[in-house]
Design a protein around this ligand. Structure first.
Ligand code: DAH
Length: 339
């Protein structure tokens, strides 16, 4: 009998039950009225008096160990059942599709990344601005049309508080607080009181650039813009600078790039001219430097500004600016990114 007890003892740790049915079968087999332990107890009566002490001891040990193991298995099964109720059965099955980045964010990152490689750092400013930072410091005449309610969203009239119409306001903010060298790129949202159409929106995004130091010339501006264009649109892209006017730059220019759709031969995108305009630029007007506390007899610099929507539309051949603001996933899912 003692051998039988030892055999069962040795196997106790291997007893397993992975569900309530298996567990119940084990319990019945070992601990029920007709189970192994009870039948050993009956058999114990037949054990000779000299063996009774040893066999009794082992039998008790067997009973306790079995009871412990059975309790342990019961707990395991209860725990695993509790866990399984935590599963969310309404969840979509794998693989869960990843979201995509908004095309405007992708292009903004790409533009900033190119200028960061040229040593520019990022600067930001408020979207709700005062007249000084948006207009006056930048040489806008008192009767400039941009100051009109038809072009600008006014929030308050006295003192005048507006939604900034361009990111050039960040130039002033940075120059007021820092002395040259200044080399910044300012991405941000801008607002204009425009009727919404396929080409125009009352809200859009710009990137502004500013470089102020000693001996900065128009040639530096041209070289930086050429590098930028080739990085963004491909190394065969050419640029062309046309004289223009902005209140805060002198001389001023608008920059065209050779049409990357037709390669300059002429198509709908470039209106058969072979060129598309992408930005405004120029040498910062000395009066603007002085307005911001920078000595224009020592320092000079260039600035440029571009619309992110326009660049994104050209790059991806998107023909309606409203698509950027509608959050249609069929549109957004077309833009996968490595960022
Ligand atoms: N602020 C101009 C606009 O919104 C863009 C611009 C043109 C910015 C020339 C500049 C610049 O810094 O030099 O249309």
């Amino acid at each position: 009998m003692i051998d039988k007890i030892f055999r069962i003892l040795a196997d106790i740790d291997d007893l397993k039950a992975s569900n309530p049915e298996e567990f119940e079968a084990l319990r019945i087999k070992y601990l029920s009225k007709k189970g192994i332990v009870n039948s050993l107890m009956s058999e114990f009566r037949t054990v000779s008096p000299e063996q009774k002490k040893e066999v009794g001891l082992q039998l008790n040990k067997l009973k306790n160990s079995l009871q412990e193991r059975i309790n342990e298995l019961k707990k395991n099964i209860e725990n695993s059942q509790e866990q399984s109720t935590e599963f969310d059965l309404s969840r979509t099955s794998y693989p869960i599709a990843l979201g995509t980045r908004h095309p405007l964010s992708l292009v903004k990152e790409e533009i900033c990344d190119i200028f960061k490689r040229l040593g520019f750092s990022i600067a930001e400013g408020p979207e709700i601005e005062d007249d000084w930072h948006v207009f006056s410091s930048l040489n806008f005449a008192e009767d400039h049309p941009a100051r009109d309610m038809q072009d600008t969203f006014f929030i308050q009239s006295s003192p005048e508080i507006v939604l900034r119409t361009h990111t050039s306001s960040v130039q002033t903010r940075v120059m007021e607080k820092n002395q040259p060298p200044i080399r910044i790129i300012c991405p941000g949202r801008v607002y204009r009181n425009e009727a919404i159409s396929a080409r125009a929106h009352c809200l859009f995004h710009q990137v502004e650039g500013l470089y102020i130091d000693k001996d900065i010339s128009f040639a530096d501006l041209k070289q930086a813009l050429l590098f930028f264009t080739k990085e963004l649109f491909g190394k065969d892209t050419r640029i062309r600078l046309r004289p223009s006017y902005f209140p805060f730059t002198e001389p001023s220019a608008e920059m065209d790039i050779s049409c990357h759709i037709c390669g300059g031969k002429g198509c709908n995108i470039c209106k058969h001219t072979g060129w598309v305009e992408i930005l405004g630029c120029g040498m910062v007007d000395p009066a603007v430097l002085e307005n911001c506390g920078i000595d224009s007899s020592i320092y000079s610099g260039y600035a440029f500004g571009m619309g992110i929507e326009r660049i994104t539309m050209l790059k991806y051949q998107i023909n309606d600016i409203r698509l950027f603001f509608e959050n249609d996933v069929n549109f957004l899912h077309q833009f996968q990114s490595a960022f």
